[in-house]
Design a protein around this ligand. Sequence first.
Ligand SMILES: [Zn+2]
Length: 85
Amino acid sequence: MIGAVLEVLAFAATVLLFVIVSTAAWVGALVLVGAVRFVRCENCNHLTMVHVRSIANTCMWCRHEYVMHPLHSIHEHAPHASHRG
Ligand SMILES: [Zn+2]
């Protein structure tokens, strides 16, 4: 029983390691061929990857705020009753 659990855990760890390494290899390849560049986001100062021809130096979370953080953006951009009038 424990052997089977360890086998599953070893398989999961192998898959996870493969995903991490292949992602790093693809990102490195994209940087090498000049398709993307790393910049600091102008809004939140996170290190982010943007397309080389992109003018805006903002991260995915700041560009697509309503998609990535819908509840937070609704709260941030909601009109406050106390500020009116
Ligand atoms: Zn940002």
